[in-house]
Design a protein around this ligand. Structure first.
Ligand code: DGY
Length: 327
């Protein structure tokens, strides 16, 4: 046990309230400063805090780059609560010798559940049907109202075949779907066989998918990858579901495609300027909109925070070492 006098203990910042009982573990090793509310911190406010800190636990609400870490000589670790880390400027952090970590694996299955659910909601017009019913439009059962597209037996396209993409593909087998995927690199044959998924080129994926799911990490190369030209290659009945990052889709091009009947429906959990929404999206009937909750089951969000806490403790040198008994 590395006991230290209180005054010498490293200081860490928790950028918003998370689960108190989990975050309390940081207090075993560190002086902990927690921001009491969920807020969009200004870059200079973050910088003023990080100048005093050895480490920080942050979320996707917190961009951390050169400006935020300037003049922070003690800072050694940033633990991001999330698998996506496009809020971190990893090059700037590495150049400053700061370790960055994320929370993969613990959210895979929950996020895959949600991606599948959002795709189904878009295909079967569940959001639109619910709004219609609540607005009091339902007078009598009608055989041709709110007709959607089948999911079972359809062709699923997955763009980005990491852990979450693979977990979605495994779900699709239960629905008798044919799964095609495109990824930076092709998966080993054994993994393809396990997921019952076939590798195709980007254009072929767009052209053949009845339901296209975006599960790729955001990078400058992925910015507006789904633009007007990509949408024009999709089938007019197809659905597009995005649980990755908003910047991957050109939202105006998506609205154009929906308005012109060039796309069947969309399910979006992420947005380019979130939490601000493109007003054109709000006006689309055939779009299901959710507020970035794909990993949001209670158990998974707790697991994400627990992993981020472990990551921060380990990065600052207080984690279990080889040979330590399991805790
Ligand atoms: C992630 O982990 O990247 C999600 O988008 C946030 O939960």
């Amino acid at each position: 046990m590395q006991a230290r006098a209180m005054s010498e203990r490293p200081r860490v910042w928790v950028s918003q309230p998370l689960f108190d009982d989990i975050v309390a573990r940081l207090g075993e090793h560190f002086e902990v400063e927690t921001t009491a509310e969920v807020t969009q911190h200004a870059p200079d406010a973050v910088n003023a805090i990080l100048r005093r800190m050895d480490g920080a636990l942050v979320t996707l609400n917190d961009p951390i780059g050169a400006v935020q870490i300037e003049g922070a000589p003690r800072l050694r670790a940033i633990a991001n609560v999330g698998v996506g880390y496009n809020n971190l400027d990893v090059a700037a952090l590495s150049a400053a010798g700061i370790l960055a970590s994320n929370t993969p694996d613990v959210l895979t299955e929950t996020t895959a559940d949600f991606g599948f659910a959002l795709m189904m909601a878009a295909a079967r017009r569940i959001g639109e049907a619910e709004r219609w019913l609540r607005e009091g439009h339902w007078q009598r059962w009608s055989f041709d109202s709110l007709l959607g597209a089948d999911v079972h037996g359809a062709t699923l396209g997955i763009l980005g075949m990491g852990r979450i993409g693979q977990a979605i593909a495994r779900r699709a087998t239960g629905f008798g779907m044919r799964t095609l995927y495109h990824n930076r690199s092709r998966l080993p044959e054994a993994v393809e066989a396990d997921c019952k998924a076939s590798y195709v080129g980007f254009d072929e994926l767009l052209a053949r998918a009845d339901h296209l799911l975006l599960v790729l990490p955001y990078s400058p190369q992925a910015h507006h990858l789904i633009d007007a030209a990509a949408l024009a290659r999709m089938q007019p009945h197809a659905t597009l579901t995005n649980i990755a990052r908003g910047g991957i889709v050109d939202e105006d091009a998506l609205c154009d495609a929906l308005e012109r009947g060039r796309l069947g429906a969309a399910g979006l959990d992420v947005y380019e300027g979130e939490p601000r929404l493109n007003p054109r999206l709000l006006a689309q009937r055939r779009v299901v909109l959710t507020p970035h909750i794909a990993s949001g089951s209670l158990a998974t969000r707790r697991a994400m925070v627990a992993l981020a806490v472990d990551n921060l403790i380990a990065a600052l040198g207080y984690g279990p070492r080889a040979g330590d008994p399991p805790s």
